[in-house]
Design a protein around this ligand. Structure first.
Ligand SMILES: [Zn+2]
Length: 106
């Protein structure tokens, strides 16, 4: 089904508004790993459970990079990573609308 130019332009406007209204984003995935702490007498150094630590990881030039996330920021950072996924989807959809607009001019 081919959309008309006005329909495509309306879709594009809607997509651009959604991008504009999106909250802040951060590239990456929120992951939890277990680490030993700095205290030699802590149970984590003597077969005890390790401490869960939060990171955001992403790729730079093919390498995985990570950023430590303080526990109190967990919910906020999770929202940012979800906004980033939404942004990528909106970018993909906008590109598709643009491709269709180009094809209408052929
Ligand atoms: Zn410890």
């Amino acid at each position: 089904m081919k959309l008309s130019r006005p329909q495509l332009q309306a879709n594009r406007l809607s997509l651009l508004r959604q991008i504009q209204n999106l909250g802040p984003w951060i590239e990456g995935t929120l992951v939890t790993t277990a680490r030993k702490c700095g205290k030699d007498n802590c149970a984590c150094h003597h077969q005890g459970p390790r401490h869960p630590v939060l990171f955001v990881t992403w790729k730079e030039a093919g390498k995985t990079v990570s950023l430590y996330i303080p526990r109190q920021l967990e919910a906020e950072v999770k929202q940012w990573t979800e906004n980033y996924k939404r942004l990528k989807e909106l970018i993909r959809q906008t590109s598709e609308v643009q491709r269709q607009l180009v094809r209408l001019r052929e």
